[in-house]
Write a protein that binds this ligand. Structure first.
Ligand SMILES: [Fe+2]
Ligand SMILES: [Fe+2]
Length: 292
């Protein structure tokens, strides 16, 4: 099986039609290129939208649908800036219901993988604290997931996805609010994994980075924002093991490059762009192979 992880998309609305068109052109191209690689599942790791409005989600869904992709969205701080989690619910977790009332989180199995989608977003707090947090009920639920995985011998990979990284692991995660504030509690739970391989995918810090092993047998994979890194993570799991590659979008078409620049440079309220070479990742941040 194969799954893709898209970093922070920061899809937004523009008051200038030219920029809206550029946005649609850019994302249609990105999602179409992604579909060519035929992933079974596509995750958007949070900050899927920029301001946190339903209008952004409606527009994004239109482009996603037109491109033939089904997106499983996770909550990031930007998604949760204006609305309650209950209001955002129809747009997140794909077709899954949340396993708890304190956030939008769920788990499901696909072939030899268990996917655990976490919610690390604070509600309407980005203006003062855009860091992550995992509340007590979700922590308990996560622990039950790990214990259940330990006894599920048909499963080999525990794939956890959450928007925020862990402090002092992946690139930039040592900076204020670029991590889960109670991440040590989450890592303690990860440490209870007794068999198989754990992987945690995150976004938020906008750069491609891989860290590990940590908490026993876990790797942390940070997916860079397409607006900064121009690519996404693609993971193939087969009988030999797990292979992670980083796929760069083909940006050779001048119209795509031009649309991409218009889209990312005209986000209302601003979008901080960093140096491409700082965010793209070193070779060891872009590939990972785990033999079974
Ligand atoms: Fe972001
Ligand atoms: Fe974020």
């Amino acid at each position: 099986m194969r799954f893709a992880v898209l970093g922070d998309l920061h899809f937004t609305e523009y008051s200038t039609p030219e920029f809206s068109q550029a946005r649609d052109y850019t994302f249609t191209s990105f999602f179409t290129q992604l579909r060519w690689r035929q992933p079974d599942l596509v995750f958007a790791i949070g900050d899927t939208i920029n301001r946190g409005t339903i209008a952004e989600l409606v527009e994004q869904e239109r482009v996603v649908h037109r491109s033939g992709v089904k997106l499983i969205r996770l909550l990031g701080n930007h998604d949760n800036d204006l609305l309650e989690k209950s209001e955002l619910k129809p747009w997140f977790l794909g077709s899954f219901n949340s396993a708890g009332e304190d956030g939008l989180y769920t788990a499901f199995d696909y072939e030899h993988c268990r996917f655990v989608i976490m919610d690390t977003a604070r509600v309407k707090m980005s203006h003062i604290d855009y860091g992550g947090i995992v509340l007590e009920p979700q922590l308990k639920w996560l622990e039950a997931q790990v214990e259940d995985f330990n006894s599920a011998v048909n499963l080999q990979y525990l794939i956890v996805l959450g928007h925020h990284p862990f402090a002092n692991t992946t690139h930039r995660s040592e900076k204020p609010m670029l991590f889960i504030s109670n991440g040590d509690e989450v890592l303690k739970i990860f440490g209870k994994l007794r068999r198989g391989q754990g992987l945690y995918f995150c976004g938020h810090n906008h750069s491609h980075s891989i860290y590990g092993p940590v908490a026993g047998n876990w790797f942390i994979v940070q997916a860079g924002a397409p607006f900064e890194c121009e690519g996404y993570r693609l993971v193939t799991v087969d009988k030999d093991g797990l292979e992670l590659e980083t796929v760069d979008f083909d940006m050779n078409e001048p119209e795509l490059r031009n649309s991409f620049e218009l889209t990312r440079r005209n986000i209302e309220g601003g979008f901080e762009l960093h140096l491409f070479e700082d965010m793209y990742g070193k070779p060891e941040d872009r590939e990972l192979y785990i033999k079974r």
